[in-house]
Structure formats: structure tokens, C-alpha cells
Write a protein that binds this ligand. Structure first.
Ligand SMILES: [Zn+2]
Length: 110
């Protein structure tokens, strides 16, 4: 699925899908509608799968809900401006000073 970087509204990067969603919830409709019944049916049909899935969910190792993350890509290799003796952060709104948080629009920093 093609994802793209956007400003999350707080000056931080977020990944969104083509519909503009930063999160995806793949929870089965039957589970949302009737959680107890869904788990009970799974326990009756496949006790091993029920036990395995319940443990993973309760331990936080599995969820049908996740934030989009981009595939690892090549790091930016262009010039990075410095401010306050530190390399600046490429924020969605421009180069940001890591010390003061001051923003410099990309056009001006280039
Ligand atoms: Zn600075």
C-alpha cells in the first residue's frame, strides 16, 4: 500500500494511506459487534488458536489496530544545515533547530 509522509498537525511526521488515514483497524466486524461471543466461538472451534491469540492480545503482542509505518528507505544524503552547533531536524514544516525548536522553511534553508 503506498504511504506518504504528512504533517500530523503537531509539526511531526505521520504516514497516511491513500485515504488519508494514519491508522488502520482490521478488527473483524463479528468481534466488534459481539466480543464475548466471538471469543467463545473461537474457543469452541479451535481451543489452541483461542489460547494462542488470547495470550498474544493480552500481552500486547497482537492487535488488529495499528499505525501505518513506512518501509525503511535510504537515508537522506543531502546537506543538513546546522544551528546551535547541532544538525537540524527535517520536520514537516522545515528545518528545525534541535536546541531552540526554531523553524526555518526549506526554501530559506536550502
Ligand atoms: Zn538553533
Amino acid at each position: 500500500m503506498p504511504l506518504r509522509h504528512v504533517d500530523n498537525g503537531r509539526g511531526e511526521w505521520a504516514m497516511v494511506d491513500p485515504d488519508g488515514n494514519a491508522y488502520r483497524d482490521d478488527t473483524p466486524a463479528e468481534l466488534k459487534a459481539d466480543p464475548k461471543g466471538w471469543w467463545d466461538r473461537l474457543a469452541a472451534a479451535d481451543p489452541g488458536a483461542y489460547s494462542n491469540l488470547l495470550a498474544r492480545v493480552q500481552l500486547g503482542h497482537w492487535s488488529w489496530y495499528h499505525a501505518h509505518r513506512a518501509e525503511p528507505t535510504e537515508p537522506y544524503a543531502g546537506p543538513v544545515p546546522f544551528c546551535c552547533d547541532s544538525p537540524m531536524w527535517a520536520s514537516p514544516r522545515g528545518w528545525a533547530c534541535r536546541v531552540t525548536g526554531d523553524l526555518f522553511p526549506y526554501e530559506a534553508a536550502a
